[in-house]
Design a protein around this ligand. Structure first.
Ligand SMILES: [Zn+2]
Ligand SMILES: [Zn+2]
Length: 352
């Protein structure tokens, strides 16, 4: 098998294209020929050295993989030849977390491009158990675009699902790019009234097209003022704070502070984004408000059929949120991402 991959050999250095040696799949493993792999901010954090992957370097990055199974181990024969999605979080499938439907928190989980070689490659070797077959996709839904479901879309869906959001609720989405954009689409598709908050006017314009009913530019606006504005909106809509679902997806400490400051009685805040810095908040507000704050990480395999159905039914549109490029453009795209020049999720295709 002539396989190639883009390796991170040294942090803060360009990825290097090298031959990839592939062992035969073990009984529970499959070899996937990569058709597409999405580019995530986590890849940039690994590439620029701000976060260290769990697997020692050199490592192939990329954890939003769609492809076709070209070799399957004994226990995965049913996947042979089929198009599949490789979830970003691959749980062990055999522990109390997995049994409880919390596989995304499984301590034995593996993540491509972090624990094992990832999808910026012609091929990837992964455990077969958590893979999601894609052969139900209707004509007109591009298989390669489904790559972003592995992380960006499924993470957003799981965040919404775990928040308990119902039709008629208010969803405040802090950070409208990337996962935030999908949060907006999903919350709106499920019948919530969505307000997007961001510092970038172009992301807010996009948020309007994705289903946000109101957009609020929070650049140079004190959090107190934003809070007042949103609370006024909720009053106008007659939605009590009991039915507020606040999603923090900005990846900034300013966004986190804003999100916490929006809490009201019995409101729910879900922490979706990652920022390395710390914030200082009065945790006792949770007591006073009887409020709920929780995190969310990836998505368990059980939710993928639900989220795919929303896409197959055209209730979530991927194409307006993604862009396609050849994998050989990886280093340039990482640079574009670092310099905030990307407004859509990039989907990379192996070339040559
Ligand atoms: Zn990611
Ligand atoms: Zn497990």
């Amino acid at each position: 098998m002539d396989a190639q991959a883009y390796f991170l050999a040294t942090a803060a250095q360009p990825l290097e294209r090298r031959p990839l040696s592939l062992p035969e799949p073990g009984p529970g493993e499959v070899l996937v020929a990569v058709e597409a792999c999405g580019l995530c901010h986590t890849d940039l954090a690994f590439a620029d050295g701000s976060v260290r992957p769990r697997h020692p370097l050199p490592l192939v990055l990329g954890h939003e993989i769609a492809g076709r199974v070209v070799a399957a181990g004994e226990a995965c024969r049913h996947l042979a030849g089929r198009p599949v999605l490789v979830p970003a979080v691959l749980p062990c499938g055999d522990c109390p977390f997995c049994a409880a439907g919390r596989g995304n928190a499984c301590p034995g989980q593996r993540m491509p491009g972090n624990d094992i070689h990832g999808g910026f490659a012609s091929h990837v070797l992964v455990p077969g158990g958590p893979l999601i077959p894609l052969d139900q996709a209707p004509p007109g839904v591009r298989l390669d675009a489904l790559a972003v479901v592995a992380d960006a879309v499924a993470t957003a869906y799981q965040a919404v699902r775990r928040s308990g959001l119902a039709a008629g609720d208010a969803a405040w989405v802090i950070g409208a790019g990337g996962v935030g954009g999908f949060l907006i689409q999903i919350a709106a598709a499920l019948g919530a009234r969505v307000v997007a908050c961001d510092v970038a006017p172009e992301r807010l314009a996009a948020a309007g097209r994705l289903g946000a009913e109101e957009t609020v530019c929070v650049a140079d606006r004190p959090p107190r003022e934003v809070r007042k504005l949103l609370h006024q909106l909720a009053r106008g809509w007659r939605i009590p704070s009991l039915n507020w679902r606040i999603f923090e997806a900005s990846g900034s400490t300013a966004g986190q502070l804003l999100a916490f400051g929006l809490l009201g009685p019995a409101a729910t805040l879900v922490q979706v984004g990652y920022a390395a810095g710390k914030v200082e908040v009065r945790l006792s507000n949770l007591m006073a408000f009887d409020a709920t704050v929780h995190g969310t990480w990836g998505a368990p395999p059980e939710v993928f059929p639900e989220v795919l159905q929303l896409i197959y039914d055209r209730r979530i549109e991927l194409e307006p949120a993604v862009d396609h490029a050849p994998m050989s453009a990886l280093n340039r795209l990482l640079d574009d991402m670092a310099n905030h020049r990307l407004s859509r999720r990039m989907i990379l295709h192996p070339d040559a």
